[in-house]
Write a protein that binds this ligand. Structure first.
Ligand SMILES: Cc1ncc(COP(=O)(O)O)c(C=O)c1O
Length: 415
């Protein structure tokens, strides 16, 4: 199908909205994406026609709901080229997926003095869980830095990793600089030292083709709401043999195959994958919505999504650099090395002031630290007061970027 943007836009009801009397230009896709009517209708239809709890009923509705929920796992597995659908665990979001790995491994497997490597480029959700478990279990967290071009210092990773390293947790695409990291190489370095590799793919799975087997990661985590799906559904992919060796993080119904009370003790057997890690009633409608989002993305083709975003990003970067005089842009310049994310600051204005002025013209962008405060504060980056961030998706257009740049020029005149 390709990226026929005008046709795609018709599928997104919210894009018809006016903001402050102006047509909405939605450039806050890194925070969350908009939803096409196909996803909205799939969720609506589920509640109208199929709603029942899964796995607990022999009645037809429950069986149908169970099938839909399992199918959603199968669809995600195919989408990221996982070997088996049982390697797909549904959680609430990227944040919960990272916490699941941190607590499951941290509480059951890691020992005092074990080391975890993460980077200064991470979203707080790939920093704070490691901090918490390191305090509980007396682990050491080591952090890899970033160059002034906004790239990971790979030599520092090679210096810091050793035979005490158990996990290397790195983002695929930075949600502030847009940098695309060579995660295949990072997984290789981790494995050479016997460590597991966790890749935060919150900003890559929605925007490019992902193949977990080729990447050779042990865990990959992402959120449904950033890829046209609903909020409250996210994914933890884990390699089968690794998940088999892990114990659950949350306990409750559905994650056990049996619970016995014998000789004044409970005897518990875990359920098979992925249910072992999905305690309690899951977000069934969320799974159905994510399934519909994947159908939508696959129809367009992830290569087309990436191509379209690259075109928009290089067009915006070129024009911003040439035509804006008081604007600092962060991150690598080569669009082969960055996703559709452009963070910037206008001299004399705070990020929030810039975002408010853009909002007055109907343009939605994010401002602040984007949950990546250490990276903003880094001496190589120097954005201590935060930044304003514009981020693109498959429904954005060059016309919208033209309007955005026109408004930025007006804003520059105010300072
Ligand atoms: C790179 C990255 N990791 C993790 C997250 C957290 O995602 P969520 O809030 O859906 O858990 C985000 C959200 O913006 C992100 O950009």
């Amino acid at each position: 199908m390709g990226c026929n943007v005008e046709k795609i836009r018709e599928d997104f009801p919210i894009l018809k909205r006016k903001i402050q009397g102006k047509p909405l230009i939605y450039f806050d896709n890194t925070a969350t994406s908009q939803k096409p009517k196909q996803v909205i209708e799939a969720i609506n239809n589920f509640y109208r026609e199929k709603n029942a709890n899964i796995h607990r009923g022999v009645h037809l509705l429950s069986q149908e709901a169970s099938e839909l929920y399992e199918e959603a796992h199968i669809k995600v597995a195919k989408f990221i080229k996982a070997d088996k659908w049982r390697e797909i665990i549904f959680v609430r979001n990227t944040t919960e997926a990272i916490n699941l790995v941190a607590y499951s491994l941290g509480l059951w497997k890691l020992k005092e003095g074990d080391e975890i490597i993460t980077t200064v480029m991470e979203h707080h959700s790939n920093i704070v869980p490691w901090y918490l478990i390191s305090k509980i279990r007396k682990l050491k967290v080591k952090v890899v830095g970033v160059t002034s071009e906004g790239k990971l210092k790979k030599d520092e990773l090679e210096q810091k990793i050793n035979n005490r390293t158990r996990i290397v947790a790195v983002t695929h695409v930075s949600n502030f600089l847009g940098t695309i990291n060579d995660v295949k190489e990072i997984c290789e370095i981790a494995h050479e030292h016997g460590a597991l590799a966790l890749i935060d793919a919150a900003q890559s799975v929605p925007h490019m083709e992902i193949n977990v087997k080729d990447m050779n990661c042990d865990f990959l985590v992402f959120s449904g709401h950033k890829m046209l799906g609903p909020t409250g559904i996210g994914v933890l992919y884990g390699r089968r043999d690794v998940l088999d060796e892990m114990n659950p993080f949350l306990g409750g119904g559905d994650m056990i195959s049996s619970v016995h009370y014998e000789k004044e003790e409970f005897k518990i057997n875990w359920n098979e994958l992925p249910w072992k890690f999905e305690a309690g009633t899951p977000n069934i409608a969320g799974g159905v919505g994510l399934s519909a989002a994947i159908d939508y993305l696959e129809k367009i083709g992830m290569d087309n999504v990436r191509k379209h975003e690259k075109e928009l990003t290089s067009y915006a970067l070129e024009r911003m650099e040439e035509e804006l005089e008081k604007t600092v842009i962060y991150g690598p310049r080569n669009v082969e090395e960055r996703g559709g994310i452009i963070s910037f600051n206008i001299e004399g204005l705070s990020p929030h002031e810039t975002a408010l002025l853009l909002d007055e013209q109907g343009i939605a962008v994010r401002s602040g630290f984007h949950c990546a405060q250490p990276l903003h504060e880094l001496k190589e980056v120097k954005a201590v007061s935060g930044s304003t961030r514009a981020s693109f998706y498959l429904y954005n257009t060059k016309d919208e970027i033209d309007k955005f740049i026109e408004v930025l020029k007006q804003i520059e005149k105010l300072t």
